[in-house]
Design a protein around this ligand. Structure first.
Ligand SMILES: O=C([O-])C(=O)C[C@H](O)[C@@H](O)C(=O)[O-]
Length: 301
């Protein structure tokens, strides 16, 4: 297991990959296409792999599948830090974190709990319990019904040495700025909005020096070029890529709820990997939309 300080500094340093989870004709997790896809992506520079995250359809996976995905990712990329989506209710999340640790994971991304709104002290207690259940680094995914305040996070960071990161998918720049200001370099910060490149420059101003890229799954050349320009402060290149690729992609993505994941998986299939369909409740793109994706990819690879 990579130690938490090293893990934290790796995350701070670069682009983060969130691979899709391939499903076979029988609907089960398909390890071979997963390995082949990770192998292809490994030619491009990233700081870490987050498997079974939002883009990896964590919300549609069973806990045992998440453990199997961890093991497969670690075997396929033994040198890469492997962070894994973890979540559901508090007990399940603690048990799952232990399964991920045993399977060779280096860290977890703690996704929101399920169904019900909860008060701030309850949300904090869930994070605390999960941190205590594992030695791995824990990154809190601030999103949906599990939003934390800067004060909560500061308290948790004092109590839990293995709390190493904060990823935001809310778009609430006020909270993001309060968190980065209050916690400084105690945590790593990851911009995690759907198609985060659309927000990356704004988030940089709020103290987020890196982000996760879902489009990296199928246009790694473009994702790396954007991240390089972002890191260098080359806003003109970021803006050109927004106009040429990201805004047309967002127009397809915005056609239906859930396409922020489905369109990514479609892109992976179009690049020649047997990623299979998304699982319900998500739905796949239509033939017409696949054609739009194909046009978008053409010329970028
Ligand atoms: O958990 C996830 O997959 C994410 O939210 C990360 C994605 O990479 C997101 O940042 C995006 O769509 O670019």
């Amino acid at each position: 297991m990579i130690d938490n300080e090293t893990l934290k500094s790796r995350i701070d340093g670069g682009l983060l990959s969130f691979p899709v989870t391939p499903f076979g004709a029988d609907g089960d997790f398909a390890p071979e296409p997963f390995r082949a896809h990770l192998e292809w992506l490994s030619d491009y520079p990233v700081s870490g792999l987050f498997v079974a995250g939002g883009t990896g359809e964590m919300f549609s996976l069973t806990p045992s599948e998440i453990v199997e995905i961890t093991r497969t990712a670690k075997q396929a990329q033994p040198e890469a830090p492997i962070m894994v989506g973890c979540g559901y209710g508090t007990r399940m999340a603690c048990e799952l974190a232990q399964g991920i640790e045993e399977a060779g994971g280096d860290g977890i991304l703690l996704l929101p709990h399920y169904l019900i709104g909860a008060p701030q002290d309850g949300i904090a207690e869930r994070i605390r319990a999960v941190c205590k259940s594992t030695k791995m680094g824990v990154i809190v995914y601030n999103r949906g019904q599990a939003r934390v305040t800067a004060e909560t996070l500061e308290q948790l960071a004092d109590e839990c040495p293995n709390l190493i990161g904060f990823k935001d998918g809310t778009g609430d720049i006020d909270t993001v700025r309060r968190v980065t200001l209050k916690l400084g370099d105690r945590l790593s910060y990851i911009g995690g909005m759907p198609t985060h490149e659309l927000f990356a420059q704004a988030y940089r101003g709020a103290g987020m020096a890196t982000y996760s890229s879902a489009v990296f799954n199928f246009v790694p050349e473009t994702a790396v070029a954007f991240h390089r320009a972002f890191t260098a402060g080359d806003d003109a290149t970021c803006e050109r890529l927004l106009e040429e690729f990201y805004y047309p992609f967002a127009a397809i993505r915005d056609r239906k709820t859930g396409y922020a994941v489905s369109a990514i998986k479609a892109g992976v299939r179009l690049r020649g990997f047997e990623a299979g369909p998304v699982r319900a409740p998500l739905t796949d793109l239509t033939e017409e939309e696949m054609g739009l994706m194909q046009d978008l990819i053409r010329g970028r690879s």
